[in-house]
Design a protein around this ligand. Structure first.
Ligand code: 6PG
Length: 252
């Protein structure tokens, strides 16, 4: 499913509405809402919208648990940190219990941090299938998502749920949820905005299946839903968006 919005503002509003709706469904169904946040710039305005009325009051933050799909291995107060961005845009402005915030420890020993995050997820799901209610993902201009970058061995990890990776093109160590964990999600939502993403978005949807080069193509929910929320600038080259009815042009 692809939903195309006129601009970044409308896209961000749609993503915030999705967050509220999925939280209400999850809490009604099983008493809590587990969400995986994405890093980068695209989701930032969505988080800011959720931190303000009316959306702020529409989420039961006491029953909401926040995780991250990936983290850069920098101190948590570093401006490059995904938790830092989420705190600035959302978490510092809402009544969410500190115990409901589950950050990746990007500033520790990497392998230990990956293992401890996996253990935290196992405990959260009481050893059951790790089905996050909502997973937000972004799309990098080289086809990466979370910190699953092209040609990384971690793309083919089938046992671990969290991997430590080294991203040579950024000379950066990162932690990332693996494909097998992400694909357990009940609802996986990509947020893609801007003309600089038009080419990669078109390659993703119109081009051949080439997951080593385009890791975001590996995201295929096992029994959940995949939704692309994109703005018109990002969708401008996408032939799939023009040819199939499921690509709806929406405006709130
Ligand atoms: C990260 C993100 C990453 C991001 C894409 C898109 O930590 O960098 O998780 O996967 O979603 O790089 O980033 P932008 O939204 O900034 O374009």
């Amino acid at each position: 499913m692809i939903q195309i919005y006129p601009d970044y503002e409308q896209l961000s509003l749609a993503a915030a509405k999705c967050f509220v709706e999925e939280s209400q469904k999850a809490i009604a169904k099983h008493g809590r809402f587990s969400v995986v946040l994405s890093g980068g710039h695209t989701p930032q305005h969505t988080y800011e919208i959720l931190a303000q009325p009316p959306f702020k009051e529409e989420v039961s933050w006491q029953q909401t648990h926040v995780f991250w799909g990936d983290e850069r291995c920098v101190p948590p107060e570093d401006s490059l940190s995904n938790i830092h961005m989420a705190k600035q845009a959302l978490l510092n402005h809402i009544p969410i219990p500190a115990s409901n915030i589950h950050p990746m420890q990007g500033n520790l020993n990497l392998q230990a941090a990956a293992q401890s995050y996996e253990k935290e997820i196992q405990q959260f799901f009481h050893g059951q299938k790790p089905q996050f209610d909502l997973i937000f993902l972004g799309l990098g201009d080289n086809g990466h998502t979370a910190s699953l970058f092209p040609f990384l061995p971690a793309l083919h990890e089938t046992q671990k749920w969290v991997a430590a990776v080294y991203v040579a093109e950024q000379d950066m160590h990162r932690l990332t949820m693996t494909v097998s964990l992400l694909n357990q999600g009940r609802k996986i939502v990509f947020l893609v905005s801007g003309s600089e993403k038009a080419s990669i978005f078109s390659r993703m949807l119109d081009g051949a299946y080439d997951p080593d080069a385009l890791p975001a193509q590996l995201i295929r929910p096992v029994d959940g839903e995949l939704l692309w929320l994109v703005d018109q600038d990002a969708a401008t080259l996408c032939k799939t968006c023009r040819e199939y009815p499921h690509a709806t042009k929406s405006s709130l």
